[in-house]
Design a protein around this ligand. Structure first.
Ligand code: ZN
Length: 135
């Protein structure tokens, strides 16, 4: 399954955005892993506008994420000690809405303190302090 959705369609994302422009492209493929666990390979690419923590202007953040989401019974979640670096373990509960997964992964991929590149001349610190608006 693959598709594209405007970032405004992802409600939880809204509070992190400087402006509601941009689209998220995603592709997810369901597979059963060799160890028998159901999983989804989710590839996602997006460009979103966040608030630069130095100048408080909009800064474009490119996200490109490729994750394996592995579903395990909720009771077994605590036993998963060998979680692989590029895999996330999620509780296996009923039906999964792919858009929720896309939104979750996008939220996880966003930087906590987005900033322009050091070399960006338009980026001038406001009052010399770096506000911490995301807390
Ligand atoms: Zn800036």
């Amino acid at each position: 399954m693959k598709g594209e959705t405007p970032v405004v369609a992802l409600a939880r994302l809204g509070e992190f955005l400087a402006k509601p422009d941009g689209d998220v492209r995603y592709e997810c493929v369901g597979v059963v892993r060799r160890d028998g666990k159901p999983s989804i390979r989710l590839h996602m690419a997006a460009s979103v506008w966040m608030v630069c923590q130095r100048c408080l202007g909009p800064v474009r953040i490119d996200v490109d994420s490729d994750r394996e989401l592995v579903f395990v019974p909720e009771a077994a979640l605590g036993d998963v000690a060998d979680e692989e670096a590029d895999s996330d373990y999620l509780p296996l509960v009923g039906r999964v809405n792919p858009m929720d997964l896309v939104e979750d992964e996008l939220l996880l991929s966003l930087p906590l303190a987005p900033k322009h590149a050091e070399s960006d001349e338009e980026c001038v610190a406001v009052g010399g302090v770096e506000p911490d608006r995301l807390n």
